[in-house]
Design a protein around this ligand. Sequence first.
Ligand code: BGC
Length: 728
Amino acid sequence: MKNITNAQWIKSPKLCKECEIRYSKSFEVKKDLVSASLEATALGVYVVDINGERVGDYVLAPGWTAYQKRLQVETYDVTAMLKENNTVSIGVGPGWKGRYFTGTERCAGYFLGVRETALIAALTLDYADGTSEVIYTDGSWTVQLGKFVSTDLYNGYTYDPNFVDEEPMKAIAFPHNNKILLDRQGERVVEHERLPAKEIIITPKGETVIDFGQNLTGYVEFRIKGNKGETAVIHHGEVLDAEGNFYRDNLRAAKAQACFVCDGEEHVCKPDFDFFGFRYIKLENWSDEVKLENFTAIVVHSDIKRTGHFECSSEMLNKLYHNVIWGQKGNYLDVPTDCPQRDERLGWTGDAQVFVKAAAYNFDVERFFLKWLADLRAEQRPWGTIPHVIPDIFDVDENSSAAWADAVTVCPWQMYLSYANKDLIAESLDSMKNYIEYIENSSVDGIWCKSWHFGDWLNLDASDVGKCDVGTNKDLIATAYYIYSSEILIKAMELCGEDASEYKTKREASVVAFRNKFMENGRIKPEYVTQTAATLAVHFGISDNIDETAKQLNELVTECGHLKTGFVGTPYLLHALTDNGYVKTAYDLILREEYPSWLFSVRMGATTIWEHWDSLREDGTMWSTDMNSFNHYAYGAVADWMYGDMAGIKADEKNPAYKHIIFRPYTDSRIDWVKASVETRNGLVKSEWKTENGKTAYTFTVPEGCTATVILPGGEYEVGAGVHNYIV
Ligand code: BGC
């Protein structure tokens, strides 16, 4: 940041909770200009125009942070846009700051003491004669209501091309904490793919629906003329119902509408301050002839670079993988969200932590997480609890839920594994310790039993329909997660040269307590047994007889023939099986196409990952109208097994960022070949295998400067850079 901290915050004298407020200022450039840079941010989301031209391609700037403590500033080079006489115009919509989340009286800006949106900016002009001039936001800026006459992230927007606010007023300068300002830390959100409309559907109800063929996050750019004075409406939906009609009940209170006030002239429109989660749109009041070429879906997400690719001989698995990628695109929009469509779209910690490993194979997510984890640390309470959602709009102080709050340990550790980011580990150490100490204070004799938890959210052990958090015993899950998270803390401390012996002692005590309370002879006791319980005892290395517990897990799965796990068990289930010799059972689960399974949704035509195993049922009905997202990446965590166990590409925590790679693929007779690659910080890592006539040919690529351990059925090999072939 250069000059913005000397600017004044400005807001509008016109109070309008869901409007675009346009702030503008005219100025002259009288001397030879060498460079001009604009620093800007807002409480709300903003777009900048200079002389009528859009500045930059940042969408929904400045993104979503813990606004009361941290607000990102973007710097734009605007040298080429300036003339002698100029006007800078900045439109600000409420965005995340102004949105009231369902079930809470709070919006993301609740704690700020600024009721409406606000802006701060500084335009620095550097002249050839060595002098500089800075145009700051202050009370001289003009304020008008903008053409987005209403805008709200859940409800959508109304655009009126002919709206002109006839009463320009002067902005109100007001004091606000400039210490919250920081240079942008995360990735910018930008437009990505442009998907053409695929099909016009006239539904049994007679609705005009357009299908884009892919569930996505972003918005529609549409061409419209319409009848003067009429308001045309676009409704957004993810699926059609059992009869083939447009369906939007699962969006709950989010109206998710794009409205356009027609003037009889042709316009091309897309929103400045909104996004939607959708595959289908329904047109209402559309007097133009409906033509596919007039509608384009624009995919919007954080500008994360794709790093991972996976392909195999099963078209169904390839589709599942495709759905995981689209789930990540749709939910990595500035913060890692649970879902992008309904009246939620929050930075749920549990969802973020179960998916982070898969996420870091698919895309380079380091910078994306640096920002979000800084918000997580900023939102942590002094007594160690981590809010359920980051940024925190629930303001639940007293409690952290196991598997959700553990994002504080799991996510930084994944950044270390994937990108060798040791600085982040050092920065996170205090927050990890604080959280672990909160758990210890909420435990009795090594069992974490004094907090409320989400449990194995949405699992299938719950006999009560609609009870999402029952099933596996919550103290069991919580204690297992304590053991896992404190192990990460211990590794993190040792990495930073700190003595972790105290934490080790407490962890060991908890391991013993877990075994005594929940296990007997290496097996989960009958009163506690579930697939998730056994999975955690195996995968987190808690059992004193992993072979026996893994055997029990295998029995549990084979006896019932399918998975029953929810948010907590699902990410580790296949790992716990393959790591312990039950490769066929793991493949049985991943290849199963009947409900419940990953491929069931694929067979039902999913193009993203569903929230529930039965979001949509065989007969086309929905499990519920409530809490039923069709773009929820949590179960997409299975992609980390596809990269890590099918293709066998694993990072090594002793030598992270794939400086040393572990190749250990697991084959299955139902899959003929697998190809995967990860563009790592140390170069391109590849693994391929192909089975023919009973023999499997493996090819591993180790980038320059890296080494690898190859583990195959017949042997183990230490190799250096290059391409390595084996036939087994
Ligand atoms: C969200 C989840 C989240 C959960 C908490 C839901 O409403 O969509 O994904 O983790 O609440 O259990």
